[in-house]
Structure formats: structure tokens, C-alpha cells
Design a protein around this ligand. Structure first.
Ligand code: PLP
Length: 419
């Protein structure tokens, strides 16, 4: 029996006492443990720390906001100024023209919001039968109701009622447009509300879209009159060198979910960008215009919105999106040689600062993580047993090269221990 009162998410609690690592502080691309070890933060926490750790500028802005007003809600016409300002800024960056912005407290909230909006859209359009949400194998869309139902990672779905948790969901192969079209036709386009897709699948193992896949998916959705939801919780805010991956891949979704990099994790915040086709009825200036009966106490939390504004300014002023594009080949070149290592099945890199070093799915990867940690590099495992690499954008080329060296010796050491 473990002695802790804290129940850790996604954690086998029986292992907590041997594996507990308490992070006490962070600067740039590194964090420091409570016992004083500096670690290069390859996963940027959980893909969130885009501008890096220790940004006192964000802390100062948040402190000033909180001293005036912690927050005020947005229900029934109430507002706070930072939420209004942030929405204007996000609409201007949006790959969806003329978008409205619905703010939430995080990624799972945003996914549930987008799925509800998709169903509501069709109900208002007089086609209430269009309810099925189609997602992809290996997909991760958070762990609220919709997220748990639509994930393509089976272990996250098991035990919650399966297909009855949120009825009317379906999964398709992550990379096969023909199979997706066949499934949409089998379900019947009159029954399908939306397809949801991460432009680059993250937690499922950094699966890069095959060339033409995303434009093909967008075209398929348009042709069958099915909405497309882009889940940009990971890929948004510069992770692939543009504000949103949809811009990089040249697609215009109907809904776009965001979180994580929106504040670089300085406070919890998420949101959904909504296209005109979906928001228009709700904004009609008629007494019988529908209301979106949905929202969260902290939709548009004032201090979180201030953190987001400051974070966006840092991304802009320091040219961090350009930096991601500059570092993209550096990261890919540093990691690609690991492909030749006997413990490595694949290395996926080459789109922004997103990469994975995949180990044999059945291998015990814990010795690799431990050895990397001893070498000063923090990583973790993704759903397919790959090492997670998505560093803060302020990482240097030298740090990337050091990280690759440490991962190589960690793989070597773990191999030696095994044999
Ligand atoms: N969508 C994607 C693509 C994610 O990667 C995540 C989290 O990793 C989520 C949604 C859920 O976000 P949150 O953990 O903030 O609820």
C-alpha cells in the first residue's frame, strides 16, 4: 500500500514510491527536481511548455490581473476584458476565416465542446440524425465523456461502458482514406456528424500524416457533408512551425480544438475555433435564435486569458515559430541515426518539434527512461512504447544534440543490462 494521498493520473499507483519524481522549478528547456538534478525536458511536460519554463513575464502579468480580479464568468452576458481581448487575437490567428472563439479550461473540455457543437449544428440544420462522431485509431482526444468514447487507444476506453458511454461513435484507420470513405458510407452520411482528427497524432505515437492525407480527409468530409474537427491541442501555437497545423497542411476545418500551448501551461485554458456555418444561427439577431446550452465556470478565466495573451506575445516577439522551423531538421537529423539501433523500431520526426523514438512494443522501456534520466534527459513513453520528444521551442541545437547522444547511450546501457 502506498503512503501517498495524491492519486496520479494514468499511473500504476503500486509503482509510485519507486518512480516518484518531484519537479521543483524550471528554466528554458530544463526542469530541476526537488533533489537538485537538472533535466532537459524533452516532452515539455505534457507537450505544453512551448515558450519554455520560468517565464517571469507571464507570472507578473498574471499576478497583476489577479490583484485586480481573479476572474469573472462569461455566462448570460457577463464578461471579463482579457477573455474578450484574447478571443479577438485568436480569431485573427485562426486558420478558419471569420471564426468565433468558445473558451474552455483545457483540451478535454474543448473536445467535448466541439463534439456537442457538431451534433447541435445538425440538429439545428434539420438533420438531427447526423450524430455519429468518427475518430481514428491511435487517436487521443482527452478523457472526458466524448474523449473517452472516441479515443483510438483501447486501454483508455476499457471499463467505462464501451460504446454505450457516448453512443454513436466509430473509429477508422488513422492513415487510410479509402477505408475512411467506406466506413462513412457504411454508417451513412445522413448519420455522421463529424470526423475528428489530430493533424499529427500525438499521444498515439507521433504519427505523421501521409502526404495528401489531411487535404484528402478535408475533401472527403466536404463531399459527404460531414463536419471536420481538427484537434490541435498539441499541434497548435507553433508546435509545427505555424500557429496551427491546419495552416501548414492547407486545410480549413469546421471546428478546431486547442489548449496546452495556448498558455504554454502557465495556467489551464482551452478553446474551440468555430466556423461561420456553425456559429451563425446562435448569433442571429432574432428572439428565437438558439442558445448553446454549454459552458464552464472557468470558460475564459481572466488570469488564464492574460497568461495566454502574454504567451502569444512571447511567441511573436521572440520569433519562436520560425525557430521551430529552423530546429525541425536539426531534431530530425539528431534522432534519425537512432533508427539503426537494435532496440529501435522506428524514428518519427520532421514536422516541427514533434518526434518519437519507437521501441519494440513489448520491450520493457523503463531501464531506458532511467538511464536517460541519469544522463540528464527527461522523456516518457507514448501509447505505442515510443520515447516522447517535443521540447520547448527555446531548446538549442546543442541541447538537441546532447539529448540524442544521451538517448543513444541510454538505449545501449539498457541493452547491456538486459543481456
Ligand atoms: N486532445 C489532444 C490531441 C491531446 O493531446 C490532449 C491531451 O494530451 C487532449 C485533447 C486533452 O487535453 P487535456 O489533458 O488538457 O484535457
Amino acid at each position: 500500500m502506498t503512503s501517498t494521498s495524491l492519486w496520479h493520473p494514468q499511473t500504476a499507483m503500486s509503482t509510485i514510491e519507486e518512480s516518484l519524481t518531484v519537479i521543483a522549478s524550471g528554466r528554458g528547456a530544463s526542469v530541476r527536481t526537488e533533489d537538485g538534478q537538472d533535466l532537459l525536458d524533452l516532452p515539455a511536460g505534457l507537450w505544453h511548455a512551448n515558450v519554455g519554463h520560468g517565464r517571469t513575464r507571464i507570472a507578473d502579468a498574471v499576478r497583476r490581473q489577479m490583484a485586480d480580479l481573479e476572474t469573472y464568468h462569461l455566462f448570460q452576458g457577463m464578461a471579463n476584458r482579457p477573455a474578450i481581448r484574447l478571443a479577438e487575437r485568436l480569431a485573427a490567428l485562426s486558420p478558419i476565416p471569420d471564426a468565433k472563439v468558445f473558451l474552455t479550461s483545457g483540451g478535454s473540455d474543448s473536445v467535448d465542446t466541439a463534439c456537442k457543437l457538431a451534433r447541435r449544428h445538425w440538429q439545428l440544420a434539420g438533420r438531427p440524425g447526423k450524430r455519429v462522431i468518427v475518430s481514428r485509431q491511435h487517436a487521443y482526444h482527452g478523457l472526458h465523456g466524448f474523449g473517452t468514447s472516441i479515443t483510438g487507444i483501447q486501454s483508455n476506453r476499457d471499463g467505462y461502458g464501451g460504446d454505450s458511454l457516448i453512443p454513436e461513435t466509430a473509429r477508422v484507420p488513422w492513415d487510410d482514406l479509402a477505408a475512411t470513405e467506406a466506413e462513412l458510407l457504411r454508417l451513412g452520411p445522413d448519420n455522421v456528424a463529424a470526423v475528428i482528427a489530430e493533424p499529427v497524432i500525438g499521444t498515439g505515437g507521433v504519427l505523421l500524416p501521409p502526404p495528401g492525407y489531411l487535404t484528402g480527409l478535408a475533401e472527403l468530409c466536404r463531399r459527404l457533408d460531414v463536419l471536420l474537427i481538427a484537434d490541435e491541442v498539441i499541434t497548435g501555437f507553433g508546435r509545427v512551425g505555424q500557429w496551427f497545423a491546419c495552416r501548414r497542411f492547407g486545410i480549413e476545418p469546421d471546428l478546431l480544438t486547442m489548449a496546452k500551448g495556448i498558455t504554454s501551461g502557465y495556467l489551464p485554458l482551452g478553446g474551440v475555433l468555430v466556423s461561420r456555418r456553425i456559429w451563425e444561427p446562435f448569433f442571429a439577431e432574432t428572439p428565437d435564435a438558439p442558445t448553446f446550452r454549454h459552458g464552464l465556470t472557468y470558460s475564459g478565466h481572466a488570469a488564464a486569458c492574460v497568461a495566454a495573451e502574454e504567451n502569444l506575445s512571447i511567441l511573436e516577439e521572440e520569433g519562436l515559430l520560425e525557430r521551430v522551423l529552423d530546429l525541425e531538421p536539426v531534431l530530425a537529423q539528431a534522432l534519425t541515426p537512432l533508427r539503426d539501433h537494435e532496440a529501435v523500431v522506428d524514428v518519427r520526426a520532421g514536422t516541427g518539434l514533434l518526434a518519437a523514438v519507437q521501441l519494440d512494443p513489448d520491450a520493457d522501456a523503463r531501464p531506458v527512461l532511467r538511464a536517460a534520466r541519469e544522463g540528464g534527459v527527461l522523456t516518457r513513453l507514448l501509447a505505442d512504447n515510443s520515447l516522447h520528444v517535443s521540447p520547448p521551442f527555446v531548446i538549442t541545437a546543442e541541447e538537441i544534440s546532447r539529448a540524442a547522444d544521451v538517448l543513444k547511450s541510454a538505449l545501449d546501457r539498457a541493452r547491456t543490462l538486459e543481456s
